[in-house]
Each structure stands twice: as C-alpha cells, then as structure tokens.
Design a protein around this ligand. Sequence first.
Ligand code: FES
Ligand code: FES
Length: 158
Amino acid sequence: MGISVTINGQNYDLDVPTDTPLLWVIRDNLKLTGTKFGCGLAQCGACTVHMAGQPIRSCVTPISAVAGQQIQTIEGIESKAATAIQSAWEKLEVPQCGYCQSGQIMAATALLASNASPSDADIDAAMNGNICRCATYVRIKSAIKDAAKQLQDGGSNA
Ligand code: FES
Ligand code: FES
C-alpha cells in the first residue's frame, strides 16, 4: 500500500511496508545519503532529520509515523539558522572524519531555530544524544555559539 510523505518539500508516494524505518526510505529509496546509519537504536544521532522542524531519529521512526508530515534532511535544510550553522562549521573546521556531522548539524540547526541564544546548558541538552567518535565536541559547541552570534548580528533580516 502507498504511503505519502513529504521530504525536502517534495511529495513521494512510497510502496513500502508501514514499519520501514524512515532512514531506509531516505537512503535506499530516495538515495539521499547525507543522513547516516550509526547504531540503528536511537543512541548516536547520526540519522537525525527534522520532522516539522524538530530533530528525530530516522533509524527508529517508522515511515507510517511521518505520513503527511514535513521531513527535512541535511540535503534540504534552508533557513537562516542552517546557513549560520553551516558557515560556522566551515569556519571552525568542525568535522574530522565527518560521519556524525550531518546529524550534528541537524540537531544544532533545530536548536538555533528554536533558541537563537542558547546557553552552554541549552547546547549540552540539545546535543547530548549526538555522538562523535572523533570527539569534535569542543568545536561543535564553539561553532554553535559562532552561528548564534551570526544570527544575532544579522537579526534585522530574520
Ligand atoms: S543511527 Fe539512528 S540514532 Fe544511531
Ligand atoms: S567527525 Fe568523526 S564521528 Fe564525528
């Protein structure tokens, strides 16, 4: 039976079992490979995407749970927060191997979209579930602060 989902603004009618993980659909059916498979158990954050702007773990989210919802992947995020995050990531050279980084960016973008001036505690709480085996945590935190500053400095265009 078909399931309708909207991913990065595009509608798809998918003929997959209702319990298929969203991550499988994103990577295997739609060939959007920026979103990564890490643990498959909602423990690492590599598979983070947005549903209605909120970060979710696509590895444990059945496709039936996102029918009719707006899903965004790393390939489709477009917002002032996303631009600021991506530019800060580049400026501070955050990634090492890069494997966890699309999940990190999705989590950080969702944080800044809801809280343009996060405290250290806010950042820790929002990023807590995103694991980086290369331990880029210090640069991630600095980049989130840099992106928040960019948003504040450019706030008149929000
Ligand atoms: S792959 Fe989904 S949280 Fe690790
Ligand atoms: S940059 Fe290598 S796992 Fe995070």
